[in-house]
Design a protein around this ligand. Sequence first.
Ligand SMILES: [Zn+2]
Length: 70
Amino acid sequence: MTDEPIKVGAKVEPLRKTRPCPECARPSAREHYPFCSDRCRNVDLSRWLKGSYAIPVSDDESKPGVQDDE
Ligand SMILES: [Zn+2]
């Protein structure tokens, strides 16, 4: 008879702490850390290059040539 105490409310978490992707908040992948994918990393990089971080405008939806594959 198994009577192990059940931890109520305890979440099952991965051993390694993963940050959510800064772009889409999905769990990050190790090979793209701290992003979830190469795509998000490129989005972040291009933001930096364009200096968009200093400008509180989200215009990444209207970029020509960028196709969302989802
Ligand atoms: Zn992402």
